[in-house]
Design a protein around this ligand. Structure first.
Ligand code: HEM
Length: 341
């Protein structure tokens, strides 16, 4: 460009109008950056690369910081590249839950086996009378077996999901184990809502006979007569059974169901954040393990652990000697006509 009077005038006018516009705030305030100064991350990365060639630890350290970056997705959680608490969840899942939960189940199974070997089946003291009395209606038995079958299916598939890689994977190999686990997972996902429905039905049917009474206190204080060896009379269900009903089926059943519905992603209107799923998983597995431990004790007593108990739930009838010996107050009420079946 040639320096002429006309060009000089044009420069002055342009400079003045630009200064005026900046003063009015028309132009953005640009922070000056020294382009020769590298960012701290890149600097750290460069240093790490020098001491450990190929290491990109500093970059990942920054990404692994729970910071929510800006994203244009509707799900804003996608702005968190690596969720830090996911690592804590992984440690709890693979540590406390897998290790301690596994031991708890093994110890419970061992204790039940020891009781069976040392004490054997609880036999009736009186001889079998041969006279039957109704203990459960067909609706009561249906809801029990629906809940029991769905629960056992959930417990077995759950065991494979949590511990299968330790006892099954080494035997059958990765390909077969992958296919097996897919089947297990689908059975688990579909049996869950069935278990919830059957538990609600069970609760409605059985709650009236599980309300606490003062006799339960006597039963509990003497550990069901286990210490004294004396028989403690009870109504239709004793305090031990009521504990299983309220603590096991109702409380743990509710926790395991609610968290299971979240993991199944079938709760309408819920945001399934990673943190939500991690919390649901911990609640689910911990309550499921506790419930399985209690169920093992219950299944033992309801089958080989006590003579005559299984007959009641399978046929609906028990021998009168069994009714009198194990639930004397209930037996008296049935005999006096106070309870009508
Ligand atoms: C699969 C094996 C099972 C067997 C052999 C079995 C056996 C029995 C028997 C015999 C009874 C009647 C006890 C009595 O007459 O007083 C009973 C009651 C009961 N069972 Fe089971 N059961 C099994 C599984 C389950 C499971 C998995 C659950 C829970 C998820 C469960 C929850 C209950 C409850 C809550 C009662 C009634 C006790 C009460 O309401 O207080 N059962 N069971």
């Amino acid at each position: 460009m040639r320096i002429t009077i006309k060009n000089l005038l044009a420069c002055v006018v342009l400079s003045l109008s630009a200064s005026f516009a900046i003063a009015q705030g028309a132009a953005p305030q640009v922070e000056s950056v020294n382009i020769l100064e590298v960012s701290k991350d890149v600097q750290a990365q460069r240093e790490a690369g020098e001491s450990k060639p190929g290491s990109n630890q500093p970059i990942w350290k920054n990404a692994n910081s729970d910071v929510a970056h800006s994203v244009n997705f509707p799900n804003k959680e996608m702005g968190v590249l690596i969720q830090k608490s996911g690592q804590q969840w992984r440690l709890i899942r693979n540590g406390v839950i897998t290790v301690f939960g596994g031991w708890l189940l093994m110890i419970a199974a061992g204790a039940i086996l020891a009781v069976f070997v040392l004490k054997g089946t609880i036999k009736l003291k009186e001889p079998i009378s041969g006279k039957l009395m109704q203990r459960f209606s067909s609706v009561e038995r249906f809801s029990h077996w629906l809940m029991a079958i769905s629960f056992v299916a959930l417990a077995i598939t759950g065991i494979f999901i949590l511990w299968g890689k330790f006892f099954m994977l080494p035997i059958i190999g990765g390909t077969a184990y992958g296919a097996l686990l897919l089947v297990m997972k689908n059975i688990h996902n579909f049996a869950g809502p069935l278990f919830t429905a059957s538990t609600v039905l069970f609760f409605v049917i059985y709650v009236k006979d599980n309300l606490p009474t003062k006799d339960d206190f006597v039963w509990l204080m003497s550990f069901g007569g286990m210490l004294s060896g004396k028989h403690i009379p009870s109504h239709r269900f004793n305090a031990g059974e009521k504990f299983w009903f309220w603590g096991g089926v109702t409380a743990l059943g509710l926790l395991v169901s609610a968290s299971g519905w979240i993991l199944d992603m079938i709760v309408p209107g819920l945001d399934y954040w990673r943190g939500t799923m991690q919390l649901a998983h911990i609640v689910h597995s911990a309550s499921a393990i506790l419930m399985t431990v209690m169920a093992m004790g219950h299944i033992y007593i309801g089958s080989i652990g006590m003579q005559g108990a299984y007959q009641g739930m399978s046929t609906g009838y028990v021998d009168e000697s069994w009714g009198k010996e194990h639930h004397e107050l209930w037996y008296d009420d049935v005999k006096s006509g106070k309870i009508q079946k």
